[in-house]
Design a protein around this ligand. Structure first.
Ligand SMILES: Nc1nc2c(c(=O)[nH]1)N[C@H]1C(S)=C(S)[C@@H](COP(=O)(O)O)O[C@H]1N2
Ligand SMILES: [Mo]
Length: 328
């Protein structure tokens, strides 16, 4: 394959990995499974292109042009991104030093994209009209088919040998069975709060509700908490459904806020499925898990499950009126 085509394909695969990587954090239901599969296929397409890229790179390196440092940096960062991706798939370690494997993977991935764009500016690929020909589409299809085949074989091997990789959910997350083993996780850097269950109140509109009152709601939900960090657990949660707390309050959407300032907005229609929980697996929530009150949002990823809830309010903003991912 010509160097130019290799470079164009790598650029396309990297952009696909970026888009599906962001998408992978947003998907919470099996209908979005294809987004996560595509992320793996994009990564494998990058891997599949390395034999050709190393020929291009060897040629380039021998010419001692400007931008060699950038090229080398990009090589290291790409290897790091793929390596942390592999660790996430096989589930070997949850942390690398002070960082979670996912934090490293996302940071390296974003750095990889930035360096790729700089590298492309420095060594522009000249698109030609023939890039849109039938032949190039067949080639691109061939590459994707090869990467897809690789993806299927890896999944089959992981399943067959019963490696931890076989216990993944459609999101790629690994299973945590016991309630004691559920990791205490923050989206970025919220501090664990200690709120006294006897004196803590949640404001629902203009009304103050006690923890005891929420606990007495008697609503029980079996739901899966699936953290974008790469783990999930299915537990029984109890408390009071939001729709019951809201009573006849109306609005387009409902905002659930934490004592830390962390918040998420939900469509009002969903309030009948959202639970304000006081208990997980029959036991009162610990401080780390958002006690005394946390939200349970079935079908949504972990960052929607607001902990240390102190305010619930309805208003007429549409539910999409918020950053797609929390910013703090
Ligand atoms: N207030 C607050 N709630 C939060 C977060 C946070 O950073 N602050 N992190 C969320 C994320 S990313 C996840 S995965 C779950 C983790 O819940 P756990 O610590 O009980 O496992 O809490 C969510 N609720
Ligand atoms: Mo999370």
């Amino acid at each position: 394959m010509a160097g130019r085509r290799t470079n164009l394909s790598l650029l396309a695969a990297s952009l696909l990995a970026l888009i599906t990587g962001v998408g992978a954090f947003i998907v919470g239901t099996p209908a979005g499974r294809w987004v996560i599969v595509s992320h793996g296929v994009a990564a494998l397409a990058i891997v599949a292109l390395t034999p050709w890229k190393s020929v291009v790179a060897k040629r380039g390196m021998s010419r001692r042009r400007r931008g060699r440092g950038l090229s080398l940096g990009l090589t290291f960062v790409t290897v790091g991104t793929i390596a942390t991706g592999v660790i996430l798939v096989v589930g070997g370690t949850d942390r690398v030093g002070p960082f979670t494997t996912m934090q490293l993977h996302v940071s390296l991935g974003l750095l990889m994209i930035s360096l790729t764009l700089l590298h492309t500016l420095q060594r522009p690929v000249q698109p030609r009209s023939s890039d849109l020909s039938r032949r190039s589409f067949l080639r691109a299809g061939g590459l994707l088919a090869a990467a897809g085949g690789l993806w299927l074989s890896i999944e089959a091997v992981l399943d067959a040998i019963g490696a931890r990789g076989g216990d993944r959910r459609f999101t790629g997350s690994h299973f945590v069975a016991s309630p004691e083993d559920v990791p205490v996780t923050q989206w970025i850097n919220d501090r664990v709060q200690h709120l006294d269950p006897a004196s803590h109140r949640v404001m629902v509109g203009a009304e103050q509700v006690t923890v005891e009152e929420v606990a007495q709601g008697g609503d029980v939900v079996q739901a899966t908490l699936d953290c974008t960090g790469g783990w999930y657990t299915t537990q029984e949660w109890s408390g009071t459904l939001l729709a019951r707390l809201l009573g006849d309050m109306s609005g387009e959407s409902v905002v659930v806020r934490s004592a830390t300032g962390y918040w998420r907005r939900f469509p009002m229609d969903e309030a009948s499925g959202l639970l304000l929980a006081t208990h997980m697996a029959g036991r009162p929530l610990t401080d780390g898990h958002g006690g005394p009150l946390r939200l349970v949002a079935p079908g949504r990823r972990g960052y929607w499950w607001v902990k240390w809830v102190d305010t619930i309010e309805a208003d007429d903003q549409p539910a999409w009126w918020q950053p797609p991912l929390p910013t703090a």
